[in-house]
Design a protein around this ligand. Structure first.
Ligand code: ATP
Ligand code: MG
Ligand code: MG
Ligand code: MG
Length: 466
């Protein structure tokens, strides 16, 4: 089954069970200052769960575009290192707002996986929260899953959207990719090694986490589920990593052609294929590269991708050309990608041209520093110079360091930054402070393509049209 067919099968299955099909919301959460980017299907229903908003349906299903590159759920550092994490992915979900609860949520999930998708039950592994006897009984006694493929976990089976907001115990479904992949079942020491990959999380929404940390019961116990489309596509297509699915193969081939790389399993190529999706969708949803807030997260993602292209030997602008390949594979599901294709490409090209002015020189500075290095840590002064003079976001330098089994001196970097602030203050300068400790908190309220903190060059492109 192609990714697009799985998406349709999911939405149609839940529509047949009385769920309204709701379109994906924007990656930029409307009116939610607690959230950097949309990180789950339930985000657009947050106020419905909390009881503050009514809809004319009590069951919904969606395929939600998500970005996890900051905030509570941040997978940026996992990309290229695991088989299953992306910065951008699609989350298939079904939701009940005070309608059905655990029993139906579990029955639907099981029927969809084993009945519709015809997955063999002996490949599935189930987890529930340590305290959740009710869910355990439903799985073991009603559905009849084997106690040998079942475990009770603690933190891993309690889901929350952010530091505050809706949350509750959960039950997760894993797929066993087989003995030729190393790794142990959920809850074992080696459960992070990607043999057993989490495909679906069923959250039993029961509480609201207050800013004091306290759990306040929700007015109506509800259901929120999320299944990664790319992960279930890997299962259905008989491959282990998400990068081997139809959609990613198309992007990887385009990225290989654009960079001159030939090995489709190359890590840098995978990072580029991942990052073109988050970059293009963020721009399509109105985020522009800038030096603060959401725009800076976007800039970090784009520059990481450009640096990986550089690593593959491509010194010309290439990243923007991949928007066309992306529109080919995802433009039917997301027509706005096709409509905004040339604008998105122009924004990316502008960022590539800007970074090109300093990337080479910055890399030379870094190589020289590495040549003179005695320990395993890149000095904070170097990290700061790369950041301040050559436009290397700190996480980009950390990414290079990790490839070479080095670390960076964070506190030395902070000290160098502070020293510069003092100098600027003494000179009476008002220099923008764009460090904001990793920028995990959005600094500005989103205001679309007129976002004031965007670079003037980028704004000019958007003003003058595609
Ligand atoms: P993991 O433990 O693998 O990091 P998670 O527990 O953080 O996943 P959830 O927050 O439960 O994930 O999200 C629901 C589903 O969304 C997951 O079961 C998975 O299928 C998918 N998913 C989560 N994060 C990612 C990601 N970074 N890239 C692709 N799919 C993801
Ligand atoms: Mg995770
Ligand atoms: Mg998990
Ligand atoms: Mg999970």
């Amino acid at each position: 089954m192609k990714s697009a067919e799985i998406r349709d099968a999911f939405l149609n299955y839940f529509a047949s069970k009385g769920h309204s099909i709701v379109p994906s919301s924007s990656l930029v959460p409307g009116n939610d200052p607690t959230l950097l980017f949309t990180n789950a299907g339930m985000n657009q229903f947050k106020d419905v769960f909390l009881g503050g908003e009514q809809r004319d349906y009590s069951r919904a299903t969606s395929s939600q575009r998500c970005v996890r590159a900051g905030g509570k759920h941040n997978d940026l550092e996992n990309v290229g290192y695991t088989a299953r994490h992306h910065t951008f992915f699609e989350m298939l979900g079904n939701f009940s707002f005070g309608d059905y609860f655990k029993r139906d949520a579990i029955a639907f999930a099981w029927e969809f996986l084993t009945g519709v998708l015809k997955l063999p039950p002996e490949r599935l592994w189930i987890t529930v929260h340590v305290s959740d006897d009710e869910a355990a009984d439903i799985w073991l006694k009603e559905v009849g899953v084997s106690a040998e493929r079942f475990s009770r976990l603690d933190e891993d089976n309690f889901w929350q959207m952010g530091d505050t907001g809706p949350c509750g115990p959960s039950s997760e479904i894993f797929y066993d990719h087989g003995t030729d992949v190393p790794g142990g079942p959920p809850g074992s020491e080696n459960d992070d090694l990607d043999r057993y990959i989490e495909i679906w999380n069923l959250v039993f929404m029961q509480y609201e986490r207050q800013s004091s940390g306290e759990l306040k019961p929700l007015p109506n116990p509800s259901i929120d589920t999320g299944m990664g489309l790319e992960r279930i596509a890997a299962v259905m297509q008989g491959v282990h990593t998400n990068y081997e699915i139809d959609l990613f193969q198309h992007l990887l081939k385009a990225a290989a052609a654009a960079t001159g790389a030939s090995d489709l399993e190359n890590k840098s190529l995978r990072v580029i294929a991942d990052h073109i999706r988050s970059s293009a969708f963020l721009i399509s949803d109105g985020v522009l590269p800038s030096n603060e807030g959401r725009g800076y997260v976007l800039r970090r993602i784009i520059r990481r991708a450009i640096r990986h292209g550089h690593q593959l030997g491509q010194s010309q602008a290439f990243f923007h050309t991949l928007v066309a390949a992306l529109a080919e594979v995802m433009g039917d599901a997301y027509p706005e990608l096709k409509e905004r294709q040339s604008q998105i490409a122009k924004v990316l090209l502008a960022e590539e041209e800007q970074f090109a002015k300093t990337l080479d020189k910055g890399m030379a500075v870094l190589e020289e520093a590495l040549g003179a290095l005695s320990g395993r840590q890149i000095p904070g002064e170097v990290v700061f110079t790369l950041y301040d003079t050559y436009g290397f976001p700190v996480d980009l330098t950390a990414d290079i360091a990790r490839e070479r089994e080095l670390t960076i001196d964070h506190s030395g970097y902070e000290a160098a930054m502070e020293a510069q602030r003092q100098r600027a203050r003494a000179a009476g300068n008002f220099k923008v402070d764009y460090t904001q400790a990793a920028l995990d908190v959005p600094a500005t309220v989103f205001s679309g393509y007129t976002e004031l903190n965007a670079d003037s060059q980028v704004l000019a492109i958007l003003r003058d049209g595609a």
